[in-house]
Ligand binder design. Structure first.
Ligand SMILES: [Mg+2]
Length: 248
């Protein structure tokens, strides 16, 4: 009797439902859950094409005017539209440019001219993970408002409710371990219980240096070259086998 009681107490901290080691899955967007071509060939050209009209139509609105003022400060004496187009050509991540691109995309999504392209294997997989108690997060270099637009107006509907939080480069660069330490601290999950999924090996290296688990999503469509140092997933559900193997 005493022995049974003792054994029960011993097993009590490991109930079946909580046996999974990974508790949080953090996902990159481009090349991981969305085709790189969507951002490169649809989103960025859309912002470029509509920039001049957007500034003419909305330049007097306070939110837009303050970004225009920030452009003038960063590029003194330059024509605002020309300065922004030049930054776009160089793919510079200058805050007022990112803010204005986000506003232009917002109008595009609102008008139904833009719709976020998400790989079809992603939504059912994310729903299944949520049902199993995993917390889901996004960590992308695109701004959090841009992330919410893409996921909120996706071709699979509004995917934002599936996520417990969103991170962008404000928390740190994706190739630095400190960023992943900061994310783990913020979501309150031990580093070893966090899984990062991305197509870029250098980002996975940074996550691993922070003590995270990491796997590479290798989308044939994006031309991703598979790493030999990380488990490869051709589609998101391939990570299920990894999650299972990491069970305690
Ligand atoms: Mg990526």
């Amino acid at each position: 009797m005493g022995a049974v009681f003792h054994r029960r107490r011993y097993f009590a901290p490991f109930p079946r439902g909580l046996s999974m080691v990974v508790r949080a899955v953090v996902l990159d967007i481009e090349g991981t859950i969305a085709p790189i071509a969507f951002v490169r060939d649809i989103l960025f050209p859309y912002a470029r094409k509509h920039l001049a009209d957007f500034l003419a139509d909305h330049g007097d609105e306070p939110a837009v005017a303050s970004e225009i003022a920030a452009v003038r400060q960063a590029a003194p004496g330059m024509d605002v539209t020309k300065a922004l187009l030049g930054w776009m050509d160089l793919d510079l991540k200058i805050p007022p440019l990112k803010a204005l691109q986000g506003m232009i995309w917002q109008t595009g999504y609102d008008r139904g001219e833009l719709r976020g392209r998400i790989y079809p294997d992603v939504p059912p997989c994310l729903r299944a993970w949520r049902e199993r108690g995993l917390a889901l997060y996004i960590y992308s270099s695109g701004s959090v408002p841009a992330q919410r637009l893409l996921l909120g107006h996706s071709d699979a509907g509004d995917l934002c409710p599936l996520f417990s939080g969103f991170f962008d480069s404000k928390i740190g660069a994706k190739r630095e371990a400190a960023s992943y330490q900061a994310i783990a601290a913020q979501i309150g999950v031990d580093a070893s219980d966090c899984l990062f999924l991305s197509d870029v090996e250098a980002e996975l290296d940074a996550a691993r240096r922070a003590g995270w688990r990491a796997a590479q999503v290798v989308r044939e469509n994006d031309g991703t070259v598979g790493s030999t140092r990380f488990p490869n997933c051709a589609i998101l559900p391939d990570a299920d086998a990894l999650l299972e193997s990491w069970n305690t």
